[in-house]
Design a protein around this ligand. Structure first.
Ligand code: UD1
Length: 341
């Protein structure tokens, strides 16, 4: 019998790419989403890419404990991958209650339902934001977590701790937290990708929207950082590579290969790229010129962060494969697909 994976927030950017890779690896998938930050493009794309028109989309809110219990009653779940959360850093500073209520309650409900249904494996979608402005680079999973600089970042830290404590108290629940660096790009089919509402906060959607003419000019936030070219350094990880890390982590849990009840892995490429380099590479790969200017630093940005990926490489048997050029081409193909080109 195929194992069934519940993908909470599975209609969104990361969730849709993970759903595709899970199905292609032979898993059954149940997508559940409250559709608060996406439309049906993601799930439709997943069905089209995989040819599986029967993939269920359960429209529900993970803050509704009774609804989460019902979901676990309706489907036997072997593992949960939990994406359902709010993710805008700036908004979380303005509306902390909204963020704490949503991101913490939904994960508590998942953990509670897992426990009430005899346990299951839980993969939590965490972030490199937990490292803050790290003193030593690259960061390993043993690098200190610094006090979060936003409620969003704090919810990632608290959810990691919730998973650690629940797995320690209940052997029927095992957990992995994946700390993502900067996920970018789109599926090679260009049928799914990032679909930001309103003005994008993140760099790549801003770049592609500027290139297509939806935005007049990209602002590069800060060129006076203590880096070679003065712009920030990040570890940009291809979305399909990132999705495949989830398959590796879920399989490790389901096959009982974990070394502890709770494990953490960095998911990145291990390679720092500056904002200026990224812009130049985007222009080169896609054969276009981008309108950009240097602007003030954005409050809350760290100078540099990139991953030590040795643990994920060794333990998950996973590594990022796609080149930055391929990834940037996929991001542009997706933007053009959205524009109907
Ligand atoms: C941000 C969040 C992080 C979250 C991640 C999700 C902050 C401080 N951090 O990471 O917590 O997990 O998104 O994807 O918001 N940039 C520009 N111009 C733009 C947009 C971005 O120059 O219009 C620069 C930023 O200054 C940064 C880099 O591009 O140096 C990447 O920015 P972004 O894509 O927003 O990701 P992070 O800030 O690294």
């Amino acid at each position: 019998m195929k194992k069934r994976i519940l993908v909470s927030g599975g209609a969104g950017y990361i969730g849709s790419h993970v759903s595709v890779e899970l199905i292609e690896a032979g898993y059954e998938v149940v997508v559940a989403d409250n559709m608060s930050n996406c439309d049906t493009t993601g799930i439709e794309g997943v069905r089209k890419i995989t040819g599986r028109t029967d993939i269920p989309l359960v429209e529900m809110d993970f803050c509704d404990a009774a609804a989460v219990e019902r979901l676990f009653d309706d489907y036997p779940i072997d593992a949960v991958i939990h994406f359902a959360a709010f993710k805008a850093v700036g908004e979380s500073v303005a509306e902390p209650i909204k963020y704490y209520r949503n991101n913490l309650t939904s994960f508590l409900n998942v953990l509670d339902a897992a426990r009430n249904h005899g346990g299951c494996d839980v993969l939590f979608s965490s972030s490199a934001t937990v490292y803050g402005e790290a003193e030593q680079l690259p960061v390993t999973e043993r690098s200190p977590r610094l006090p979060a600089t936003s409620p969003y970042g704090n919810t990632k830290q608290i959810c990691e701790d919730m998973l650690r404590d629940v797995t320690a108290s209940d052997p029927s629940i095992r957990g992995i937290a994946l700390r993502y660096f900067n996920p970018i790009g789109a599926h090679p089919s260009a049928l799914i990708g990032e679909l930001p509402r309103g003005v994008p906060n993140n760099l790549i959607p801003y770049i592609t929207q500027t290139a297509i003419g939806k935005r007049a000019c990209l602002s590069i936030f800060g060129n006076d950082y203590p880096t070679e070219d003065g712009t920030c350094l990040r570890d940009y990880i291809d979305i399909v590579d990132l999705a495949q890390a989830h398959v590796a982590a879920v399989t490790r849990m389901l096959e009982g290969r974990m070394k502890e009840g709770y494990e953490i892995f960095n998911i990145g490429t291990g390679r720092p790229v500056s904002v200026s380099e990224l812009v130049t590479e985007f222009e080169r790969v896609n054969g276009l010129k981008l309108n950009y200017r240097f602007a003030e630093r954005r409050p809350g940005d760290v100078t540099a962060i990139w991953a030590d990926t040795a643990l994920a490489n060794e333990e998950l048997g996973w590594r990022a494969k796609r080149t930055l050029a391929e990834t940037l081409a996929s991001a542009w193909a997706w933007e053009k697909h959205l524009a109907g080109e």
